[in-house]
Design a protein around this ligand. Structure first.
Ligand code: ATP
Ligand code: MG
Length: 758
């Protein structure tokens, strides 16, 4: 190990005085509380290095907790850069889960497990719960395993064992049976010699309670405990830290936590910002160090982020400054619709690339997973390498693959892989034996799986349930195949998902994940809108998947805001800043004001990921459920201090688009409607002649309130999403009476029709 060179060892080089204090003060508990990009993680890493270099502790006597495995790897690498391999083996550097698992292995016997216990992944957990729900005589469609899984996870995150549940807790599932099921689940895990993620901590807590000697051993072992992203610890994690380090519990380790209350974004997973407030109580004499100099971002980026987060009430409050130049104002760009958003971001990235930026230094951060799809499609088209972090690429997600498999099996009966994928999704009563028999029959007869299934379903070879399940599937596929040529691709998909029971399967599943899956399926339908037929769409997807194999490391990053915590990029794009998307409507519906503040913290996290340039985008129109609807710019855009922002728009009306939103005008898109009134020639602010993508050659007016349109006279031809083309026969305020060519006479709102642009 390197000895400590005087006066300025490399791991302390360049640190400012409070950072240096955080890295070198070992006297007592320490809380480093500071805003984004102030070098908290850097100071924490320097502290780790300083502990090792001064031999304040051996590597095995340090517990260092990071938020992700990736962060742990990075920390290891930084240490290796300083010490070489001398620090090989920091056994307790990792996430809460990873470090707790390592501890638990040593005492597994105390909770009835062997040292080789299995850690179940969420899929295993669900399968197990499903069985237990059935065994309890409950209907697992009415009481989905996923829902129970997330409930149990919540109990565990708050440190509750079955015996700790109160009446309200146990009422949360199957009319008061949550407690009983939770207890059975725990018993079953024991029998299986297994535990889930939450158990890793809970078991250790239980062991600490029941075996003071074990607790004392661990307390004596750790000289130093370091925790990054402390604001997002949950109750169980905090109890675990307390048990190891709090003097009231007998702890002697020196605890150092770093965090930022403004970046607490995991309350939905049980994170408790209150832990930051408890710190000074539980760790008496704690020193609080604040950092105020931001090293990451330009002045404008900091100013913009600071303006937004200042709107939150529940915060400790801090000001950041930077020596960096002001840089460029945060760009806020209004675009026409989602495809244009993706096109524009693609263009800007190519421009950055020409100017010498590395693709790896560019990120697109979205609020919800489904938002990546439009970018993926665009990037494939222009050959821009990208990677998706912390999630699957859109077309690789299980439900999307299932839906695609349905389409493939519909259009290509010989595609046995596709057929195999959907045969039991949803469940059709085909057990392993039936499936084996089917496969054997297909092999022997040289038929595709689907053709074999069609034949087998007409015989008595299979048990009744399997036979009728298979027969329904085969008949469905035949029907959809006949329908396919006459349906638009999204309509075909809807048919298939509805009639196969696939969508219903997700709808009865009330977990958060199922919501996301349904969202992804709707996004898939949107993706299909742009293709003339399902075949060409499938071909496109095949190409998308192919692109996966190209392994250029130089890639743009697409990820959620949640996954981006702690990271930084030179250039950050923040698309979809529209009410309902961001802030997310679902979050607001579920959590009201508290959720709004959490969404705002996400906005703060997003903007502060950028070192040099942040670009926020919002689209005036989004296709939702196959219908175009107008969107309202996110309230967070209105909260950006104008001094730090440059508004652009690719639409007529220039900056007034978002300013209208800022000023609270009734119809922030009034100018869009006005422009629509002028018919063709959507000119851009840049002076280019024609808007690249009017909606299928038409101009769509705003659906947001506003005055009656003056561009539509009696006798005008209009188009309506639902009723098709027709002729206006009467007008009354903003209502039109239209004789539709096929749907007959209807009264519609003028904002819901489009006029031919050419
Ligand atoms: P976040 O809140 O996003 O997790 P953070 O407070 O952990 O941010 P770091 O990631 O540690 O901040 O640092 C942000 C950037 O500033 C990094 O690029 C880091 O190398 C740089 N930095 C930190 N401290 C200094 C310093 N004293 N001098 C120069 N650069 C610094
Ligand atoms: Mg950090």
């Amino acid at each position: 190990m390197a000895s400590l060179p005087q006066p300025d060892p490399p791991w302390l080089e360049g640190l400012n005085p409070p950072q240096r204090a955080a890295a070198t003060t070992f006297a007592g508990p320490l809380l480093l509380l500071a805003g984004a990009g102030t070098g908290k993680t850097r100071a924490l890493t320097a502290r780790l290095a300083h502990i090792l270099a001064t031999r304040a502790a051996w590597p095995s006597q340090i517990l260092a907790v990071t938020f992700t495995n990736k962060a742990a790897r990075e920390m290891r690498e930084r240490l290796r850069a300083v010490f070489g391999d001398a620090i090989e083996g920091m056994p307790f550097l990792g996430t809460f889960h990873a470090t707790a698992a390592r501890m638990l292995r040593r005492h597994a016997g105390l909770v009835g497990l062997t040292a080789g216990f299995t850690i179940l992944d969420p899929d295993d957990v669900e399968r197990l719960l499903k069985r237990l729900i059935r065994e309890a005589g409950l209907d697992d469609r009415r009481w989905p395993p996923k829902m129970l899984a997330s409930l149990i996870d919540r109990f565990k995150n708050s440190g509750k064992l079955p015996k700790d549940l109160d009446a309200a807790d146990t009422r949360a599932f199957a009319d008061g049976r949550a407690g009983e099921l939770y207890a059975r689940y725990q018993a079953e895990l024991g029998r299986l010699d297994a535990c889930d993620f939450g158990d890793l901590l809970l078991h250790m807590l239980a062991i600490f309670r029941a075996h003071p000697d074990v607790k004392a051993d661990w307390q004596a072992r750790f000289r130093h405990i370091l925790v990054d992203e402390f604001q997002d610890t949950n109750a169980a994690q905090y109890q675990w830290l307390r048990a190891l380090a709090a003097p009231s519990e007998g702890g002697t380790a020196t605890l150092c936590c770093v965090g930022d209350d403004d970046q607490s974004i995991y309350s939905w997973r049980g994170a408790e910002i209150g832990n930051m407030l408890s710190f000074e109580r539980d760790f008496p004499g704690a020193q609080v160090i604040r950092l105020e100099q931001n090293y990451r971002s330009t002045g404008h980026i900091l100013g913009a982020a600071g303006g937004v987060i200042a709107r939150n009430r529940g915060r400790m409050g801090k000001t950041l400054w930077t020596e960096a130049h002001a840089g460029e104002p945060v760009a806020v760009i209004g675009v026409w619709d989602g495809p244009e958003e993706a096109r524009l971001v693609g263009e800007r990235i190519e421009r950055l690339q020409r100017e010498g930026a590395a693709l790896a230094d560019i990120a697109i951060l979205v609020r919800a997973q489904f938002q990546t799809r439009e970018f993926e499609d665009r990037f494939i088209q222009i050959g821009l390498p990208y990677r998706i972090v912390g999630g699957f690429r859109f077309y690789e997600r299980a439900e999307v693959r299932d839906a695609l498999a349905y389409l493939r099996a519909t259009l290509s009966p010989a595609d046995s892989l596709a057929f195999e994928r959907i045969i039991n999704a949803p469940r059709r009563g085909l057990g392993e034996k039936s499936l084996a028999r089917l496969a054997a029959f297909a092999r022997a007869s040289g038929l595709s799986l689907q053709a074999a299934a069609a034949q087998l379903a007409e015989t008595d070879e299979l048990p009744g349930a399997a036979r009728s399940g298979l027969r329904a599937l085969v008949a469905g596929l035949r029907r959809w195949r006949e329908l396919a040529p006459s349906l638009r691709p999204p309509a075909l998909l809807d048919h298939v998902l509805d009639e196969s029971g696939y969508r219903a399967m997700l709808e009865t599943d009330r977990s958060v994940e199922a919501q996301g899956r349904l969202e992804n399926l709707r996004e898939l339908a949107r993706a299909m809108e742009e293709w003339p037929d399902a075949e060409s769409f499938l071909e496109h997807v095949a190409l998308v998947m192919d692109n996966d194999r190209d392994d250029a490391s130089e890639k743009v990053t697409l990820m959620t805001l949640h996954a981006a915590k702690g990271l930084e990029f030179g250039h950050v794009f923040l698309p979809g800043w529209e009410e309902g998307v961001f802030p997310s409507q679902r979050a607001l519906d579920e959590g009201g004001e508290a959720s709004l503040e959490e969404e705002r913290r996400l906005a703060y996290v997003g903007i502060t990921r950028a070192r040099r340039r942040a670009t926020i985008l919002h689209a005036a129109n989004r296709r939702i459920y196959g219908q175009w609807t107008s969107s309202i710019p996110s309230r967070f855009i209105a909260e950006l201090p104008p001094a730090h922002v440059a508004a652009e728009t690719t639409m007529t009306g220039g900056a007034s688009l978002w300013r209208a939103a800022v000023m609270g005008e009734a119809d922030p898109f009034a100018h869009v409607a006005r422009a629509a009134g002028r018919g063709p020639g959507w000119s851009r602010a840049s002076g280019q002649p024609q808007h690249a993508r009017t909606v299928e050659g038409r101009v769509l007016a705003s659906a947001v309130g506003g005055a009656p349109r003056t561009d539509i006279a009696i006798g005008a031809r209009v188009f309506h999403q639902k009723f098709g083309s027709g002729t206006v026969t009467a007008k009354e305020g903003n209502k039109l009476e239209v004789a539709f060519d096929h749907a007959g006479a209807k009264m519609v709102l003028d904002s819901f029709v489009t006029t031919p642009s050419a």
